[in-house]
Structure formats: C-alpha cells, structure tokens
Design a protein around this ligand. Structure first.
Ligand SMILES: [Ca+2]
Length: 102
C-alpha cells in the first residue's frame, strides 16, 4: 500500500463490522538492550461507514495505483449497482468517487 507520498511502508486495513478504514504506517525502532529491531505500526483512522455508507463486500476490493502517480487507490466494485468506486487519500481521509466508464 502506498497512499501517501513519503517513504514509510503502509498497510491498509478495512474492518467490515465497523465500516472503518485504517492506514498503518510502519516505523522501525529498537528497545533498550534489544538485539533485534522492532517494527511498529501506527494506525490512523482514514474512513468510516464503508464506501459511501454501504458496507463493501471485501471480495470486491482492490488496491491499485490507477493513475500511476506512485500512490495507491482503493477500488471497489459494488455488486448491487454494478458501479466501480475509487477511494483516494486526501488530507488524511479516504474520499470516494464513482468511476464513470466512457
Ligand atoms: Ca495513484
């Protein structure tokens, strides 16, 4: 997952029960006296209510860089209405818009 512009690794987590989206940023750290470095994940809440109020079926979610700018988008195919929606991170929140076919 690469939703932001900086270089830390990121994880995307969607919790169907709550409809919440979390973006995890991975940082490396060490504990005192530790021989191994540790990876720590900071989870940020980036969206609530699934996709525009609907709880998406996770089988129809994909993460993809659709516009080639090096930052990932979340794609969702909504079976009930046959529409694709794209979620893009903007100011720390996932913003959804319908993808129109030409
Ligand atoms: Ca992109």
């Amino acid at each position: 997952m690469r939703a932001d512009a900086d270089e830390t690794a990121e994880l995307l987590r969607y919790v169907p029960e709550s409809g919440r989206w979390w973006l995890g940023r991975v940082t490396e750290g060490t504990l005192a006296n530790a021989t191994h470095s540790l990876l720590h994940v900071n989870w940020l809440l980036i969206g609530e209510g699934g996709v525009q109020g609907a709880k998406p079926d996770v089988r129809f979610l994909r993460v993809w860089d659709t516009d080639g700018d090096g930052r990932s988008e979340v794609l969702y195919y909504s079976l009930p209405d046959g529409k694709w929606r794209e979620g893009k991170l903007s100011a720390g929140k996932l913003v959804w818009q319908e993808i129109r076919r030409s």
